[in-house]
Write a protein that binds this ligand. Structure first.
Ligand code: SAH
Length: 230
């Protein structure tokens, strides 16, 4: 085989050097996000940290905001909706105390990012989105990314997904005014629900289903988009 000419080497090198940094930028930003926004705060669950270090958040946001994919704030995903700040995704996931064999329901698929994080940690993920274009887009994105344990449904989250109930955990990523009773009904006894509740002022609640009702603990003040009532 002949050796490459200087010009060919230059062109070759240009493409290699040009492509690598682009790929590295996101990997580096992802690592920094895990260190500074999660570990430096109160995210201590190794499995949650690994999932956050693995899922490529840049693939879940619209191209114009990709450079900001790992910033410490929510981002617009169109249709008036947002993808939560990385810390909040990690915090809610950690609060749900997930186990590998769990079956989890998410309300508010949005970009599909939270569903992907859940799918790294549990056996089955069911997720419901009320805006059809977002549901379809997330469904395609998640299957293109190779997730086989996530099912997306276009529908109203207030009704839950009875067919697959009861769930070990439910994560609600839009804010209802009150705790949705139907979702509590679809939890297993001992199951946990993480849900932001309130209109303007919201609190993140951790609800545990008991034999005869449920207990409620407030975790922290939050700001989510409202859960849409049909
Ligand atoms: N978990 C998402 C972010 C969610 S933003 C992510 O990781 O990207 C909240 C989402 O909840 C929006 O997409 C919104 O359309 C959806 N939503 C609002 N009300 C809903 C309802 N009643 N049922 C299902 N989804 C709802």
């Amino acid at each position: 085989m002949r050796s490459l000419t200087a010009v060919e080497l230059f062109i070759f090198g240009f493409f290699i050097l040009g492509a690598v940094p682009v790929k590295d930028v996101f990997a580096k930003k992802r690592k920094t996000m895990v260190e500074r926004q999660l570990k430096a705060r109160d995210i201590t669950d190794d499995k949650v940290l690994s999932a956050m270090a693995k899922v490529k958040r840049e693939l879940f946001v619209p191209p114009p905001v990709q450079p900001a994919a790992y910033e410490d704030y929510p981002l617009s995903i169109g249709y008036g909706q947002t993808i939560s700040q990385p810390y909040i995704v990690a915090y809610m996931t950690q609060a749900a105390k997930l186990k590998p064999g769990d079956k989890v329901l998410e309300i508010g698929t949005g970009s599909g990012y939270q569903a992907a994080i859940l799918a790294e940690l549990v056996k089955e993920v069911y997720t419901i989105e009320i805006l059809e274009p977002l549901a379809r887009q997330a469904e395609k994105r998640l299957s293109d990314s190779g997730y086989k344990n996530i099912q997306v449904k276009f529908g109203d989250g207030y009704r839950g997904w009875q067919e697959h109930a009861p769930y070990d955990a439910i994560i609600v990523t839009a804010a209802p005014s009150q705790i949705p009773q139907e979702l509590v009904n679809q939890l297993k006894t001992g199951g946990l629900m993480v849900v932001p509740v309130g209109d303007f002022f919201q609190e993140l609640y951790l609800i545990e289903k008991t034999e005869d009702g449920f207990t409620t603990r407030t975790l922290l003040p939050v700001r989510f988009v409202p859960m849409i009532k049909k």
